[in-house]
Design a protein around this ligand. Structure first.
Ligand code: MTE
Ligand code: CO
Length: 422
């Protein structure tokens, strides 16, 4: 075919191309070769030649077929069965602060309950004046709120307590997601039932086959807990507790009971399995920390990371996430040389309470080894500790609540590895 570009324009383009190559080489962005027209520009491509698919081809949209690698992944040796298991959010493939619903990590103790919302009931009883049962229709007729919050499993980074183990932030840090929830404040439901004077604790129970339950202090229930039916603007996904789940902002994911069917009000904690044999932190002297609800400030560099190595010398964007269960993220520091020099990262996008916060460092890579770390500071002034600092206080037995600073080693060829430096 004849080129739509005039010959004089072509030679001008070649000249510009040559100049651009010289200019871009230093930033590592040069791709075009001087004098060689790029067929992706000069040839008409199929997507340009033929009509595309019409509307309604996908009544519910899905990502491009070129994004098939962007999926939740599990670690096969971690658990005995997929029904009581976990998979991980591909943090290195995401940007901004909202986790797409289909990529939110899943943690189930008895598989995904398949519940027709018409059959779902939420019972509220115990130390209340008036026991109540809500249908989904009832819930949807009550005043609702929208809030963006992170959910982090207390076991996130748990495999890293005794040293660097898993190669990828998806696996080291991917038990976290951040979506906008729509739901009814729990205090509204409690006010409707009326609390007895001795009410102090609540027990939340799921309708799944594990019937998972946890005790929740009344103070928190009256503060910011939501009973949510929507995430990211649409109904909860089955994996995330459809049709109803508890949202316990800033607190460990285990408390966020999915497929929520029952709330009992009592005067002391229930001592459920999930707060006695699990989700307690065994210290070096044999004692255990219990009811360690709050997720302390934490951060991770998502790019570069083992699954997202550096590919170009020169201009690069370092990107990462920071969050705190105690409030907002005030500052994130990043080092590229294993802690000798630190710089403030550029925080971009909304900085919300108990939400993931996005940070960037725009940097030039000269091809030398890098030891990358990020360190978050929250609105209470709390600073994310090193893993050694954590181990000094908590010993080496722990699984839960590892919010230590992560190190990535970028090698000269751009490959990136999970390491620890002393
Ligand atoms: N709720 C019920 N009913 N059953 C469960 O297995 N797992 C808990 C919590 N709520 C669980 C549950 C745990 S340990 C976590 S970390 C979060 O749900 C995970 O929520 P997600 O699957 O939406 O990521
Ligand atoms: Co969990």
């Amino acid at each position: 075919m004849t080129s739509p570009i005039k010959p004089d324009a072509l030679s001008r383009r070649r000249f510009l191309g040559g100049a651009a190559v010289a200019g871009l080489a230093s930033t590592g962005l040069a791709r075009a070769e001087a004098g060689k027209p790029d067929p992706r520009i000069t040839e008409v491509q199929d997507w340009n030649r033929y009509l595309g698919e019409g509307v309604d081809k996908r009544p519910y949209g899905t990502p491009s077929r070129f994004e098939k690698h962007v999926v939740r992944r599990d670690v096969s040796w971690l658990t005995a069965s997929p029904e009581s298991s976990v998979n991980f959010t591909p943090l290195h493939e995401l940007d901004g602060i909202i986790t797409p619903s289909g990529l939110c990590f899943e943690r189930h103790h008895g598989g995904i309950a398949d519940i027709d919302p018409a059959d779902h009931r939420l019972m509220l009883h115990g130390l209340v004046d008036k026991p109540l049962v809500f249908t989904m229709d009832d819930i949807r007729r009550m005043p609702r709120e929208n809030r963006v919050h992170f959910l982090e499993c207390a076991a996130n980074s748990g495999m890293e307590w005794r040293g660097a183990q898993l190669n990828g932030c998806q696996f080291t840090h991917g038990m976290v997601h951040n979506v906008m929830y729509t739901g009814v404040p729990l205090k509204v439901l409690l006010a409707e039932a009326g609390l007895k004077p001795n009410a102090k604790w609540l027990m939340l129970e799921g309708a799944d086959s594990s019937g998972m339950n946890r005790s929740l202090p009344l103070e928190k229930a009256l503060d910011d807990v939501l009973i949510a039916f929507a995430m990211n603007g649409e109904a909860l996904r089955p994996e995330q507790g459809y049709p109803l789940r508890a949202v316990i902002p800033g607190w460990e994911g285990n408390l966020w009971v999915k497929w929520l069917r029952r709330i009992e009000v009592g005067d002391m904690p229930w001592q459920a399995r999930e707060e006695t044999s699990k989700y307690t932190d065994l210290l070096a002297d044999g004692r255990s920390r219990r009811f360690t609800f709050i997720m302390d400030a934490k951060s991770v560099v998502t790019n570069p990371s083992p699954q997202a190595p550096l590919k170009h010398k020169g201009r690069n964007v370092l990107s990462g996430l920071a969050w705190s269960g105690r409030g907002t993220i005030k500052r994130v520091d990043v080092t590229l040389d294993g802690g000798r020099n630190w710089q403030h990262a550029r925080i971009d996008g909304p900085v919300l309470e108990k939400s993931l916060t996005r940070f960037y460092v725009d940097f030039d890579w000269n091809g030398h080894d890098l030891l990358i770390q990020s360190r978050a500071m929250d609105s209470t002034g709390y600073v994310q500790p090193t893993k050694d600092e954590l181990r000094k206080v908590r010993g080496a037995n722990s699984i839960y609540h590892n919010n230590g600073i992560q190190t990535w080693h970028v090698k000269a060829n751009g490959e990136t590895e999970n390491v620890e430096i002393g």
